[in-house]
Design a binder for this molecule. Sequence first.
Ligand code: LMR
Length: 332
Amino acid sequence: MKLKHLLIGALVLALPATAIAATPIVIKFSHVVATETPKGQAANYFKKLAEERTKGRVKIEVYPNSQLYKDKEEMEALQMGAVQMLAPSLAKFAPLGVKEFEVFDLPFIFDDYTELHKVTQGPVGQKLLKKLEPKGILGLAYWDNGFKVMSANKPLKTLADFKGQKMRIQSSKVLDSEMRSVGAIPQVMAFSEVYQALQTGVVDGTENPPSNLYTQKMHEVQKYATVTNHGYIGYVVVVNKKFWDGLPAEIRTQLDQAMKEATAFGNSQSQKENEDALAEIKKAGKTEIITLTPEQDAAMRKAMEPVYKDVASRVGQPLIDEFLKATGAASH
Ligand code: LMR
């Protein structure tokens, strides 16, 4: 046999070992919203950066739109290690047993993104992330979405309009109490089921930032949306702690850096994405956009005030005060 052939033979024999060594670390990143949302875009940007920085040693598989798991299931999947990364909304951490996250869902707790960032990018936000660790979860970053509108098939302006309306909410005691405070009937439902429930009349309305409403086509089955900005929806990017701690240190550093940059990228455009989505909803012409008068806004704020007491009874007033102090708001 010629030397050339021997060399080729040796190379072929060596191939499986090389191939095994080059097998990338796979991170399954599951989420429930559309790719065009702030979360969807940040997830894809993180994938791009992470794969570039690790030179392909890490492969990020992003599964949007509840393709893999619905809300509740995805948390279980993360803890069991069936997926490695998620970005559930802040409301979804209290049902996991970390009830301190309830404060994020309080009505009118943040006036704008600047106030929000004082919490999410400050010591209070960091303190809350630490509370996830005993659940086997590491919180890597806060990702923004936006402020909620209330949609329904009737115009929701006064408290009388809310009376008896069945409103879909996320699984959250705060949101339950918020809807009851205005006279509506809250109904917990997974995000993936909302469009159909609205279409078939299982529920009358819902609350979400415009980006979620628009990308799930909810505006096609809702006649009105009131720009109440009464609450905020954002996310914590979480990983399975055991998995993350077990990564080679060098890879973890590269992924941490990619996450930092993806967070800055995503958070810099979420406000605009929600403004654009609201403009698109208007343009589509199926949903009438309502703005409250100052009197209607004041009446809603007043009606929702008792929700603070309710949350204080579970997480303690001091934590709510910490949030208010960080945002610079007057006390409730
Ligand atoms: C919802 O369930 O309404 C949303 O929080 C979904 C999401 O992740 O934005």
